[in-house]
Ligand binder design. Structure first.
Ligand code: PGA
Length: 250
């Protein structure tokens, strides 16, 4: 059985004070939910603080983005080695906001995926279609091509050591959550696509749903056979909501 996993992507939000308060507020719930893995993705500037705050807890954390370069003249970038040194377990890769605002192509995403794994971190590979693509019935085609780019560069076995987050772009930050049926349909398709290449990878990989997950929608989503948890944005910044979402995964 796959362990349920709840991840909070804080994006570009927070202060030293709010980070401290937020972790303190959901820490007890995370510790008590023994069968649920919990992780957060703070802005890079708060990584050191978060690493210290979660040190004696079961809460894990990751980077929101890393560079494909390990060191050198790359102003503003964060190296996978640096976040690893602070104790990161994960790094997001291919988030739709990176694809959209930073022009990250499938090829760049694949290169970052390889770099993340090479430095001992677990990639959380985000994929998903836009509203226009969904309306044109292109959802499965889009997620397949996003996965294919990574498989072509990293090999199918590499996907056995990652987390996949299916995040329909039209549901991110819009309050429009996919129905549990809509999400399950795509999750099942992703798992089927993977199993055609390697059944053990398909059985093992945690596939999370992301896009306006709230405490009120989490349980029903996570009850679906192929949904192994959630990647949560806005609701991960509100302790009460995040607590409800962790409890929905139990
Ligand atoms: P949201 O963001 O929960 O605010 O829709 C999810 C994400 O972008 O990972």
């Amino acid at each position: 059985m796959r362990t349920p996993l709840v991840m909070g992507n804080w994006k570009l939000n927070g202060t030293k004070g709010s980070v401290r308060a937020l972790i303190k507020d959901f820490e007890t719930t995370a510790q008590a939910a023994k069968n649920v893995q919990v992780a957060v993705f703070p802005p890079t500037i708060f990584i050191d603080q978060v690493a210290v705050l979660v040190e004696k807890t079961c809460i894990e954390w990751g980077a929101q983005d890393i560079s494909t370069n390990v060191s050198g003249a790359y102003t503003g970038e964060t190296s996978p080695m640096m976040v690893k040194e602070f104790g990161a377990k994960y790094s997001l890769v291919g988030h739709s906001e990176r694809r959209q605002y930073h022009n990250e192509t499938d090829q760049i995403v694949a290169a970052k995926f390889v770099t993340i794994q090479k430095h001992g971190l677990v990639p959380v590979l985000c994929i998903g279609e836009t509203l226009e693509q969904r309306e044109k019935n292109e959802t499965t085609q889009v997620v397949e091509s996003q996965l294919k780019a990574v498989v072509e560069l990293a090999g199918i076995k590499a996907l056995g050591n990652c987390v996949i987050a299916y995040e329909p772009v039209w549901a991110i930050g819009t309050g429009k959550v996919a129905t549990s049926e809509q999400a399950q349909e795509v999750h099942a398709h992703i798992r089927l696509w993977l199993s055609k290449q390697d059944k053990s990878v398909a059985d093992k990989v945690q596939i999370l749903y992301g896009g306006s997950v709230k405490a009120s929608s989490a349980k029903e989503l996570f009850e679906q056979e192929d949904i192994d948890g959630g990647l949560v944005g806005g609701a991960a910044l509100i302790a009460e909501e995040f607590i409800g979402i962790i409890n929905g995964a139990k």
